[in-house]
Design a protein around this ligand. Structure first.
Ligand SMILES: *[C@@H]1O[C@H](CO)[C@@H](O)[C@H](O)[C@H]1NC(C)=O
Ligand SMILES: *[C@@H]1O[C@H](CO)[C@@H](O)[C@H](O)[C@H]1NC(C)=O
Ligand SMILES: *[C@@H]1O[C@H](CO)[C@@H](O)[C@H](O)[C@H]1NC(C)=O
Length: 476
């Protein structure tokens, strides 16, 4: 009896200790703060919104940017497929080709912007948020004396005054960092004196580009608990000139969120755990509804609707992009007949998730059968042709019943399924007109799940666990 009582007590105590421990762990997790950036959609941006009046004009603009971006993805891919020992020669012999990887079309094409505080004391900038860029850079002035003050603005926008920051540390051109580590980010070989900063030169396909040098800087960020903190040793590009005029007039630079060694994602995930997540509200939402990007746990940031699904996040398949293994797309429960190569990155296909591209793009072999399956359900609506609209299938949406539309589902290799909302693939384009929001890519090329398809879902990128989680969400 006595033994049993003692055992009971031990059992009771163990349960108590376990409960207590799990309580502690839970609260530790809850105390853990995360970094949060508010994202502004391009069409909610005060300086960019004013000139676009109709929804149709907006869609056209989104598509224009998407097309340039697709070229960039294809070029990047070509370059990543070049054997590493050839990369140097490619760059040296034909700067144009080498530059395309990174640079070129990246700039100014994102649909979302974020505020970014750089330096000590910090100076505030608006950057294009880009999951396809490795480097964070902004317009910048350094050691230019009087001229710095005279040229303190570009396009009426602020410029980073590096001399006024006590934490600004140029990367010397003689360093291994410059010569080896940053060669993928187009560091220059020129090194007139050991202390000359390590330069970079990005070129657009059309000949425009950004010039500047690399530096380590301190960045101030907002935490989810309302506090602020600083991240040290963040690699930034100080761009002192931009040739050509295609850089986004609404932004001061680019926030590089790709999976590169020196990207902001890689830095921020070191501080806040190996995860980042974002939730994008409907792209037609009122301006005061915000999207956000969080590094660390996003638990408290959003309300979930339904359970979270997971699929493997492929970080080395189509670098520096975030790739997923799709095995099929079904329309109305019927698997569409798409050749497997379209989903296979090793055969020229594959699928990436991109926050910077708005429409969803399917490479040619996937596009045709998927569109065919979707169109079949829309034949009762009068087809409409709109000039300058990239989408092939548009219709008069009078009497449109979204419940009659067959479900579009992305099936992943590990059994997870992504079921976007109907409004994310049958999108409003003009008054009374909707279009299938999918465009055709070339072949070979990776397909892209664009940000409209991703809307109203919380996306969590676990870079350590190599998992992508997604859940329906209001993002509020
Ligand atoms: C910049 O930071 C990197 C690592 O974050 C470090 O290795 C390097 O020495 C730093 N360079 C300078 C010039 O501060
Ligand atoms: C956004 O603004 C509208 C009015 O323009 C208002 O009715 C709504 O409550 C606001 N929403 C938020 C989240 O502030
Ligand atoms: C759509 O159809 C309705 C009625 O059939 C018509 O009144 C309207 O003008 C049409 N809209 C477009 C954009 O064609």
């Amino acid at each position: 009896m006595e033994g049993q009582g003692r055992l009971g007590l031990v059992f009771f105590l163990s349960v108590f200790v376990l409960l207590f421990l799990s309580q502690c762990l839970n609260s530790a997790e809850e105390d853990e703060s995360s970094l949060k950036l508010e994202l502004i959609h391009r069409h909610a941006h005060p300086q960019l919104n004013s000139r676009l009046k109709t929804q149709l004009e907006r869609v056209k603009e989104l598509h224009h940017n998407d097309m340039i971006r697709q070229n960039m993805i294809v070029h990047k891919r070509r370059l990543t497929q070049t054997p590493p020992e050839n990369r140097g020669t490619v760059r040296g012999d034909n700067a144009g080709i080498g530059m395309q990887i990174y640079s070129a079309s990246d700039f100014g094409l994102g649909q979302y912007f974020a505020s970014f505080n750089v330096g000590t004391p910090s100076q505030k900038f608006t950057l294009v948020v880009d999951t396809g860029s490795d480097l964070t850079w902004m317009n910048c002035r350094y050691r230019c004396g009087e001229r710095c003050r005279e040229n303190a603005r570009i396009n009426q926008r602020p410029v980073f005054r590096a001399d006024l920051s006590s934490s600004f540390r140029p990367v010397p051109c003689l360093s291994r960092m410059c010569k080896v580590e940053l060669s993928n980010l187009f560091s220059l070989n020129a090194c007139p004196t050991p202390h000359t900063p390590c330069g970079f030169d990005f070129r657009y396909v059309d000949g425009s580009g950004a010039l500047g040098f690399f530096a380590n800087e301190t960045v101030s960020v907002d935490l989810t608990d309302g506090r602020m903190t600083t991240l040290h040793g963040v690699l930034v590009g100080c761009s002192d000139s931009f040739k050509g005029d295609n850089f986004d007039k609404g932004a001061d630079g680019v926030l590089g969120l790709a999976n590169g060694k020196y990207s902001f994602t890689t830095k921020a995930t070191q501080y806040f755990g190996g995860k980042f997540s974002y939730c994008l509200v409907d792209h037609l939402s009122p301006k005061n509804v915000t999207n956000y990007l969080v590094f660390g746990s996003s638990k408290k940031e959003t309300s979930h609707m339904g359970r979270t699904r997971h699929t493997k996040l492929e970080l080395n398949l189509i670098p520096p992009f975030y790739a997923v293994n799709v095995v099929g797309i079904s329309v109305g429960k019927i698997m569409v007949n798409v050749p497997v190569m379209a989903w296979d990155a090793t055969q020229g296909g594959g699928m990436i998730l991109d926050s910077g591209m708005s429409l969803t793009l399917l490479s040619k072999p996937a596009y045709m059968p998927v569109m065919f399956a979707l169109e079949a359900s829309l034949t009762k609506y009068e087809r409409v042709k709109l000039d300058g609209v990239p989408m092939e299938y548009c219709f008069n949406s009078t009497g449109f019943d979204k419940t009659a539309v067959p479900k579009l589902v992305f099936h992943f290799v590990d059994g997870a399924r992504f079921e976007p909302f109907v409004k994310s693939y049958i999108i409003d384009v003009a008054v009374g007109v909707k279009c299938l929001g999918i465009v055709s890519g070339i072949w070979p090329a990776s397909s892209v799940i664009g940000n409209i398809m991703q809307q109203n879902h919380l996306w969590e990128f676990d870079l350590v666990g190599k998992k992508l989680g997604f859940t329906r969400s209001t993002c509020s």
